[in-house]
Design a protein around this ligand. Structure first.
Ligand SMILES: Nc1ncnc2c1ncn2[C@@H]1O[C@H](COP(=O)(O)OP(=O)(O)OP(=O)(O)O)[C@@H](O)[C@H]1O
Length: 232
């Protein structure tokens, strides 16, 4: 589904150019649950932003379903992102003063769905993340774990082809992190949702099918996760 070939990424600051991703070659297949790990500053977010169509300013080729994304116009690139990717962030990125229903509705409104259809879909995804009936709550009155569930509901509302999660448990305590991880695993196993997540937490990474490790912008290992560790 996702194939990155010889990706190099540079950030420019004034006349200086920083080489932050080096010759990245990786494939992510439909249905996988992948962790990207590495030290702070190693390039994990930079990589995940490229995978999630947030950044197309890189060298090399990104094939999405065998099609090089650089062939798309700006408009097509935005549509590609809106129609294919759901995003989950460490700090939830919710509208804290808007209701849960309004937050989860947003991508559906952008996708041009009708009001009735939106209400039904919001109820459905809230049920899926264990927040049935929370439509009228405000995120600012909810716990971190509940807010992350709302953001996951928002991310999956439009049936994206894959999810990108940048430190989704980074702001949560151990127990709540595990609950969120259980939710991701459930989405992956039951719905077949492809998920790529950046994490600092080895216990989270171990529960993924694959662990890709980055050091200084280079993939240094790409191995199977260790579900058995997490369950033992
Ligand atoms: N917009 C930017 N402009 C310039 N340099 C940047 C920019 N974004 C990131 N960098 C630099 O690129 C490198 C990789 O950053 P990135 O955020 O991808 O790392 P990371 O592994 O996700 O780190 P963390 O775990 O701390 O979030 C770092 O040295 C960072 O300072």
């Amino acid at each position: 589904m996702i194939k990155l070939k010889n990706i190099n990424k540079y950030y420019r600051q004034g006349s200086q150019r920083f080489h932050v991703l080096h010759d990245i070659n990786v494939e992510i297949n439909q249905g996988e649950l992948v962790a990207i790990i590495g030290e702070s500053g190693s390039g994990k977010s930079t990589l995940i932003n490229i995978v999630g169509f947030l950044d197309d300013d890189f060298e090399g080729t990104y094939f999405y379903h065998n099609h090089p994304i650089h062939d798309y116009s700006r408009k097509q690139f935005s549509s590609l992102r809106n129609q294919n990717v759901g995003f989950v962030f460490q700090n939830f990125k919710l509208l804290r003063e808007s209701t849960v229903a309004d937050n989860v509705s947003l991508p559906l409104l952008y996708a041009g769905k009708r009001r009735q259809e939106i209400g039904a879909r919001v109820a459905e995804v809230l049920n899926q993340v264990g927040l049935a009936g929370y439509e009228n709550q405000l995120p600012k009155n909810m716990s971190g774990g509940q807010q992350q569930r709302v953001s996951i509901a928002r991310a999956i509302s439009t049936h994206p082809k894959f999810l990108i999660a940048d430190e989704p448990t980074g702001a949560l305590d151990t127990e709540t992190s595990q609950e969120i991880m259980d939710l991701f695993k459930c989405l992956n196993r039951k719905e077949g949702t492809t998920i790529t997540m950046v994490t600092h937490d080895p216990h989270v990474a171990e529960q993924c099918d694959r662990i890709i490790k980055i050091i200084d912008g280079r993939i240094v290992s790409d191995s199977k996760g260790g579900e058995y560790h997490a369950n033992s």
